[in-house]
Design a protein around this ligand. Structure first.
Ligand code: ZN
Length: 479
């Protein structure tokens, strides 16, 4: 007896293979059969004729560390997109291990002020187990978090002793089940770190099969040097290196993705490298006064100094006050922002590249978040697959499932086949679309009909049905 049969849908299995009509049988959280199940006994049957049935999407680039600890809302930004697994702790920022009271230095504060209570990574994963999150979680430990914990002066590189203390924490996190380490050398708490520091701190990664995700030191004028540094770190550790949210910022750099993608391909000939991106020509992070000049527009996502500024243009506010944009950005601190500084041509070229996975980089705690938090996956399927024909549907799904699972070492996920976990999404390829915009950033997607997490119906037509179907995934140690 099966728990569920999804009947008559077009199965897109996550490998990139062409869709085929098939029924999908599920029992006890696993996919049991893919084929003709019209005579099979099942407790529930779901008619999926005219719909795509795919593995649940994997959001490889998130900052959901804290979101997962709080029971999901009625409308969940990830479930409503068909996302069933998230990778947390990116850009060097993880919620653990770090215990402190009060706001940590930016950008760690993107995870808030009040949940820095985990001394060990294992304690964080145990708290996640207890919270029973809405989606599955694969967690990374962040180098910037470790710097804030161990490096006495963040304006210099770590001493050998401090790097050794970070390495102990990395080893603890990996033992607990972390999938790897993330870095954010672009950001103030880590910009003084050298490549040698990162290699020393992340040394326990060697030989484990864990990954290193990297927010490059520079995504503008100096991106080629930043890429070379990332390759050097990855090669020294012998790990899969994930170039996070690959992009080119600043008008002078538009079009250079042809060059950077060629560099990534060349590196991939000698080491394991891949990348992720989100389908928007605007980015979002802490509000940095120095970035006003390279952006055609900057919008406030939150501001502690002026909460009412959320959603407004920094340039417009500056004109109203008769100050420079840089001065306005300083007055809003601490704050976050959306920067319109990329070219659409680069966004599409990067998304189309065969080594590119999809990751939202959504910031769940922003007052007026970048719409990528609610819209990334349906936007790829609606805008880039259906409207533009920039990607085959099967290729897009592969970038959201099979490719991601294989690069991050997520066992049993990312593929629709017998024996794999029953993370499934049923969607309408003819209507799937992002609802979130820069003006209305928290509008759910449309066209995502059913989302199953570990065999349980978690979301139906945009409404959360089960807030606790997710599991905390733990990487198995390679012996
Ligand atoms: Zn980042």
């Amino acid at each position: 007896m099966l728990d569920l049969v999804i009947e008559g849908g077009e199965v897109v299995d996550g490998t990139g293979a062409p869709r085929r009509r098939a029924d999908v049988g599920v029992r006890q959280g696993r996919i049991m059969h893919v084929g003709d199940l019209h005579g099979a006994d099942a407790i529930e049957r779901l008619d999926a004729r005219g719909r795509m049935v795919a593995p649940g999407f994997i959001d490889v680039h998130t900052h959901d560390d804290r979101l997962l600890l709080d029971p999901a809302a009625d409308v969940h930004p990830k479930l409503t997109q068909g996302v069933t697994t998230v990778v947390t702790g990116n850009c060097g920022v993880s919620l653990a291990p770090l215990r402190r009271s009060g706001a940590p230095p930016a950008p760690l504060d993107l995870l808030g002020e009040d949940r820095w209570t985990f001394d060990r990574f294992e304690d964080y994963l145990a708290a996640l187990d207890d919270a029973r999150p809405a989606v599955n979680a694969a967690c990374l430990v962040g180098h910037s978090t470790l710097r804030v914990r161990h490096v006495a002066d963040l304006t210099r590189a770590a001493t050998a002793q401090e790097a050794a203390a970070m390495a102990l924490d990395v080893a603890e996190a990996l033992d607990a089940g972390a999938f790897g380490v993330s870095t954010g050398l672009y950001y103030p708490p880590a910009s003084a770190a050298t490549a040698e520091e990162v290699i020393a701190a992340a040394a326990p990664l060697r030989g484990t099969g864990g990954v290193m995700t990297m927010h490059l030191r520079d995504e503008g004028d100096h991106i080629t040097a930043a890429l070379r540094e990332a390759f050097r770190i990855g090669a020294a550790l012998g790990v899969e290196t994930v170039i996070s949210h690959h992009k080119l910022v600043g008008t002078a750099n538009h079009g250079r993705s042809a060059q950077t993608l060629a560099m990534i391909e060349q590196a991939a000939a000698g080491q394991r490298v891949c990348l992720d991106c989100y389908p928007y020509d605007a980015s979002s992070t802490m509000l940095l006064p120095g970035r006003m000049g390279q952006s055609r527009e900057v919008r406030v996502t939150w501001s502690q100094a002026e909460p009412a500024a959320a959603g407004r243009s920094v340039f417009e506010l500056a004109r109203e006050r008769g100050v420079s944009a840089e001065e306005m950005a300083r007055r809003l601190q601490p704050a976050g922002a959306i920067y319109f500084a990329m070219s659409e041509e680069d966004v599409q070229r990067i998304l189309q590249h065969p080594m590119t996975m999809v990751g939202s980089d959504g910031l769940a705690h922003d007052v007026r978040p970048h719409p990528r938090l609610w819209g990334t996956f349906p936007r790829v399927l609606g805008r880039y697959v259906r409207e533009r024909g920039a990607l085959a549907l099967e290729t897009a799904v592969h970038k959201m499932t099979g490719l991601s699972a294989s690069r991050f070492g997520l066992k049993d996920r990312g593929r629709l086949a017998a024996g794999w976990a029953a993370d499934l999404v049923v969607f309408d390829a003819g209507t799937v679309a992002d609802g979130a915009t820069f003006d209305e950033p928290q509008r759910p997607a449309t066209g995502i009909d059913h989302v199953f997490v570990n065999g349980r119906l978690a979301c139906r037509a945009g409404r959360t049905v089960d807030r606790h179907a997710g599991q905390v995934l733990r990487r198995e140690r390679r012996s």
